[in-house]
Design a protein around this ligand. Structure first.
Ligand SMILES: CC(C)(COP(=O)(O)OP(=O)(O)OC[C@H]1O[C@@H](n2cnc3c(N)ncnc32)[C@H](O)[C@@H]1OP(=O)(O)O)[C@@H](O)C(=O)NCCC(=O)NCCS
Length: 296
C-alpha cells in the first residue's frame, strides 16, 4: 500500500464521497447479486440527493465521527461516517475505492471513526455482504445478525379489513413520542435525525390504548424505519404502509427478532430473501423495530 493520509472529512468532500460510495457499492452488488434478481444499477438522482443530505447532516452533528483517506496526490480513496446518539455509536456508511480495497485502507479509516465510539456502551451498523466489511466489524467486536428482505407482488386480498383505522399522519409534535419509542426499542433516541427524516419522508403514527408506534415511508411507500411498543402496533403500521404502497414492494432490514414482520410478509405472499447483517455491540437485536440502513 502506498502512503495514505487519514483526515477529518469536510463539507466540501461530500460530493466526492457520494461518488466513491456509489462506485464501491455498485461494484460490490455486481459481485454478490443473485442471478434471479435484476442486474444492479447505478444510484438514481433521488438516492444520491438523499445520501448527500444525510451526510451533510452527519458532518453537522458529528464532525468527529466522519473521516476521509487521501492518496499521496490528494484523491479520496476511502471514508467512513459515524454518529453518536445517547450513548450508541452508529456507523452510517463506509467505503474504499474499488481497486484499492483489501490492502488496509479500510482498517485505518474505520479505526479513526471508532475513536468517536469511545464512551459508548452500544454500537449498531447495517453491514453489506462484503466479507472484507464483515471481517472488519467482527474484529471491532460486533456480532452479526443476518438480515432478510421481504419482496414481491403484494396479495392485496390479505390486507386486513381494518388496516389504517388506528394509523394517522405524523407531525413534528410526535417527535418526543418517537424518541421514547426508539429508546425502548434500541436504547437511544434518534434526536436530531427526526427533523431531518420528517423533512425527507412521509411519517405515519399509531398512538392508542392498544400501543404506540411510528414509521417513515420512502418515495415508493416502503418502510425506511419503524418503531413500536408492541407487535400488534408494529404489524398495524406495516400493513398500513403495504396497503398504501405499489403492487411490487420490498420490506428491508428484517432480522430473526422481527418475526412479526416476517409473518406480515408471508401473509402478503412476499418472498423471503437474505441480504447483509445487522451488526451490534452491547445490544441485542431490537424486536418491534425495523432499522434505517444508515441512521439505524
Ligand atoms: C468494506 C471496505 C470499506 C473495507 O475496506 P478495505 O480497505 O477493503 O479493508 P481492509 O483491507 O482494511 O480490511 C479487509 C480485511 O478483510 C481481509 N480480506 C481481504 N479480501 C478478502 C476476501 N476476499 N474475503 C475475506 N476477507 C478478505 C483482509 O485481509 C483484511 O483483514 P486483515 O486486516 O485481518 O488482514 C471495502 O472493502 C469496501 O468499500 N467494500 C465495498 C463497500 C462496502 O461493503 N462497505 C461496507 C458497508 S457496511
Amino acid at each position: 500500500m502506498g502512503e495514505v493520509l487519514v483526515r477529518p472529512m469536510r463539507a466540501e468532500d461530500v460530493a466526492a464521497a457520494e461518488q466513491l460510495s456509489g462506485e464501491a457499492f455498485l461494484a460490490l452488488d455486481r459481485q454478490v447479486y443473485r442471478r434471479d434478481e435484476p442486474d444492479p444499477q447505478p444510484r438514481t438522482a433521488e438516492h444520491r440527493a438523499g445520501w448527500v443530505a444525510r451526510t451533510r447532516h452527519f458532518l453537522d452533528t458529528d464532525p468527529g465521527g466522519c473521516w476521509a483517506v487521501d492518496d499521496a496526490d490528494g484523491t479520496m480513496v476511502g471514508f467512513a461516517t459515524s454518529i453518536r446518539r445517547e450513548g450508541t455509536w452508529i456507523l452510517a456508511t463506509y467505503a474504499v475505492r474499488p481497486g484499492r480495497q483489501g490492502r488496509g485502507i479500510g482498517k485505518q479509516v474505520l479505526d479513526a471513526a471508532l475513536t468517536h465510539s469511545r464512551g459508548c456502551l452500544q454500537g449498531m451498523l447495517s453491514a453489506s455482504d462484503d466479507p472484507r466489511a464483515v471481517r472488519r466489524y467482527l474484529l471491532a467486536g460486533f456480532t452479526m445478525h443476518p438480515q432478510m428482505h421481504l419482496t414481491g407482488t403484494v396479495d392485496r386480498r390479505a390486507i386486513p379489513a381494518d388496516t389504517g383505522r388506528r394509523v394517522r399522519e405524523g407531525t413534528p409534535a410526535d417527535t418526543e413520542l418517537m424518541d421514547s419509542l426508539d429508546r425502548r426499542a434500541r436504547g437511544a433516541g434518534h434526536g436530531p435525525d427526526h427533523p431531518m427524516l420528517q423533512g425527507l419522508f412521509r411519517t405515519i403514527v399509531s398512538d392508542t390504548t392498544a400501543g404506540s408506534g411510528y414509521a417513515y415511508l420512502g418515495a415508493t411507500g416502503a418502510v425506511v424505519l419503524l418503531a413500536a411498543s408492541n407487535r400488534r402496533t408494529a404489524q398495524a403500521l406495516l400493513w398500513s404502509a403495504i396497503a398504501d404502497g405499489p403492487a411490487e414492494q420490498t420490506i428491508g432490514h428484517v432480522t430473526g427478532a422481527n418475526d412479526w414482520a416476517v409473518a406480515v410478509g408471508a401473509a402478503a405472499r412476499l418472498d423471503v430473501r437474505t441480504r447483509g447483517y445487522l451488526a451490534l455491540r452491547g445490544l441485542r437485536p431490537p424486536t418491534t423495530y425495523l432499522h434505517h440502513g444508515a441512521l439505524l
